[in-house]
Ligand binder design. Structure first.
Ligand code: ZN
Length: 173
């Protein structure tokens, strides 16, 4: 007899995991997460590493930087004019800041150098260039609903809808 397919991590399944994330030997995060498998909703290297696991199974998944948040990109370190910041804006070195460009886009950057006229901003993801080590246990697997498959992700209320354009109607009601 075939094994119950809904106990195995696979495409179109909603998977619940508990994980510990360690970077360079330092524990960064310990949490649980539910996601739709096969749609790129979690970092690719982790998704690949979880495929085929059964409920209750544990695996250590090493994800190289290129399969996580990408390699560190020196071109993402830019210099902007200090006058681009509001006069009363406190520029704190080394701390992620939420910034808004002239077109209104919100992005995150870290000031890495400040001079009288310019600010050097590192726009790389804080985890860029870093290998991630996950210790993951599969807590549950269930089939996705039609709606989840249509959207290619799970819904946790409006916040998950706003993030991409395919959820304009009906998804928050
Ligand atoms: Zn949606």
């Amino acid at each position: 007899m075939e094994e119950n397919e809904l106990s195995i991590v696979q495409e179109d399944a909603v998977v619940q995991i508990a994980y510990n994330l360690t970077v360079s030997g330092e524990e960064i995060e310990s949490d649980t997460l539910e996601y739709l498998h096969g749609y790129g909703n979690i970092i690719p290297g982790l998704e690949t590493g979880l495929a085929g696991l059964k409920v209750g199974e544990n695996r250590k998944v090493h994800v190289a930087a290129e399969d996580a948040y990408g390699e560190y990109d020196q071109d993402q370190v830019i210099e902007v004019s200090r006058s681009a910041f509001p006069a009363d804006f406190e520029i704190r070195m080394g701390e992620p800041m939420r910034l808004r460009d002239a077109a209104g886009h919100i992005f995150q950057g870290v000031a890495t150098a400040v001079s009288e006229d310019t600010v050097e901003l590192d726009l790389n993801h804080p985890m860029a260039g870093k290998d991630l080590d996950f210790d993951v246990t599969v807590l549950g697997v269930r089939p996705a609903t039609e709606e989840e498959l249509q959207h290619g992700h799970l819904h946790y209320g409006c916040s998950s809808c706003g993030s991409d354009g395919d959820c304009s109607d009906g998804c928050c009601g």
